[in-house]
Design a protein around this ligand. Structure first.
Ligand code: MSP
Length: 506
């Protein structure tokens, strides 16, 4: 049986255009999905939109539209962005999808029946912008929310509560495992919530209508978080007639990876496991809580008005350039930076001067000295650069298998640097002058092989350029895989055209 892999992004609020922060999470998930496919897994990659709630209702009112009309337009812009960025998801779930809404009502009824949800009253501070009840740790003395900088409102209304407090032991045990990364976030959750004052969670509202109605009490709509979190299983058919996808991708035999930004880690590491446990479903294998992309020291966000528009970046510099920056320059375990200057610098250093330059130098020499086709030779595995190529494959896999995309990418770039250095050291142009054609053929064969390795390992990131990269070495798209990459039995075709890849940005 083929191994299976499920990967998800948070579902984003269609309250405005998406920015580079959302692009970050989605690109990481896409890169992982492509890597796993390459590695022989059956993959399900889920993303979508979180469409209910008060904020959307308000925005729609301001725009003189119904909430559905309002979100329909924005969701189109999400999909358009994902197309431009070559995001290859298997389902785009909308929380207004019929099957999702039905399943959420079913989840609610089931938990009500088990008395894990109960009627009550809520009193406290609420952040409308983030759709979140706040604890005092999350606000300053003027009740300003430390994430979005909006003032939280007083709130009191009848509501249904999820009995999170009954799951304390379960959560303490769960947090002994490595399901949540990085470690620092785990400590934060334990200290601030689990070991502190694990409160029940309000899960319905009576003050607005734009949500999934509670069947048992039509004054209430299901509050966004139960609605939103459930998407990960409703998308796979939980509670429907056909739950074969759920059985395949949310099972103990499947690897489940969920990417979230750090500000929604609490929901995904505490409430989401509680919901899963209540439904007797397995926990995600890994919840990867990544840092923020900062701009001017603050989280890039719509409400702060400091966002970078991904479409502008893609149109100006290409989707591969954006995908590369995200994968290489923004490691998940800390906050990252993105300015146009850093972006251009990384592109020039890594893609133009390293990888692109290497490919064009080598292909030009193959054309010039061997009429576009090298003679087949066996590569001596003891030659350092041949060895390094093979080690790079192993190291890359090792990093990718623990979801360290940035480290994996840097391993590949290192090989590129070594290849460029090898050209300086071996001086192929001098070998030609001295008539040492056999040695020249070997040097170029070693480089050619390593360029194939570099290109193949960057394939999940560089979706637009991959074919061109290997094309410049005389291979075609589907010829390379993890099985044959280590050998050197490729049937290289003659290269004729000179192509500049990753042209330097001025
Ligand atoms: N709708 C909820 C999520 C529900 S999931 C069941 C939500 N949506 S959101 O539109 O606000 O998107 C939040 C996610 O966008 C973050 O978790 C993160 O993945 C991404 N990011 C938004 N801004 C970001 C940065 N500035 N930096 C990095 N990622 C950020 O919350």
């Amino acid at each position: 049986m083929k191994k299976s892999f499920f990967v998800s992004t948070p579902i984003y609020y269609p309250s405005g255009k998406l920015h580079i922060g959302h692009t970050y999470t989605t690109t990481l998930a896409d890169v992982m999905a492509r890597y796993k496919k390459e590695n022989g897994y059956d993959v399900f990659f889920l993303t979508g939109s979180d469409e209910h709630g008060q904020k959307i209702e308000q925005k729609a009112n301001e725009a003189n539209l119904t909430p559905k009309e309002y979100v329909d337009g924005i969701v189109e812009s999400f999909k358009d962005l994902w197309t431009k960025l070559h995001i290859d998801f298997d389902r785009f779930i909308r929380t207004t999808d019929e099957d999702h809404m039905k399943a959420v009502q079913k989840i609610f009824s089931l938990l009500l029946e088990k008395e894990l949800i109960y009627p009550s009253e809520y009193k406290g501070k609420y952040c409308v912008s983030c759709e979140e009840f706040l604890t005092y740790e999350q606000m300053d003395e003027n009740f300003v929310h430390n994430v979005c900088k909006n003032v939280a409102k007083d709130f009191q209304e009848e509501t249904y509560m999820l009995k999170v407090s009954a799951f304390k032991d379960f959560l303490v045990d769960l947090f002994k495992t490595n399901f949540l990364e990085p470690e620092a976030r785990k400590k934060e959750m334990l200290n601030n919530f689990i070991n502190n004052d694990l409160e029940d969670l309000s899960v319905t509202r009576v003050s607005f209508k734009w949500g999934i109605p509670v069947i048992e009490n039509s004054n209430h709509v299901i509050y966004v978080w139960i609605d939103a979190l459930s998407n990960y299983i409703t998308a796979l058919g939980w509670g429907s007639e056909d739950d074969s996808l759920l059985k395949k991708f949310w099972s103990k035999d499947s690897e489940v990876l969920q990417f979230v930004g750090k500000e929604i880690t609490r929901f995904h590491s505490i409430y989401w496991p509680v919901i899963l446990k209540s439904l007797d479903l397995k926990m995600p294998d890994k919840l990867l809580s990544h840092g923020w992309i900062l701009s001017g020291g603050n989280k890039m966000s719509k409400s702060l008005g400091n966002v970078v528009d991904p479409i502008e970046l893609i149109e100006k510099y290409s989707s591969d350039a954006v995908r590369f920056y995200v994968a290489n320059n923004l490691p998940t375990d800390k906050d990252g930076n993105l300015t146009e200057e850093l972006f251009v610098e990384s592109f020039n250093t890594n893609l133009a001067n390293n990888v692109g330059n290497l490919i064009s130098r080598v292909s030009n020499m193959i054309i010039k000295y061997f009429d576009g086709k090298l003679n087949k030779v066996d590569l001596d595995l003891n030659r350092p650069l041949v060895k390094l190529g093979l080690e790079t494959i192993d190291e890359y896999k090792k990093q990718m298998d623990v979801y360290n995309i940035s480290e994996a990418t840097q391993t590949v770039l290192k090989l590129g640097q070594e290849c460029n250095k090898f050209i300086e050291d071996t001086k192929p142009w001098a070998l030609e002058k001295e008539g040492k054609l056999e040695e020249l053929n070997l040097v170029l064969s070693i480089l050619q092989k390593n360029i194939i390795i570099i290109s193949f390992l960057l394939k999940p990131i560089l979706t637009e350029n991959y074919s061109k990269m290997i094309g410049q070495m005389g291979l075609e798209n589907n010829e390379i895989n993890f099985e044959n990459i280590s050998e050197n039995n490729f049937d290289y075709k003659q290269i004729t055209n000179k192509l500049v890849l990753f042209e330097r940005i001025k």
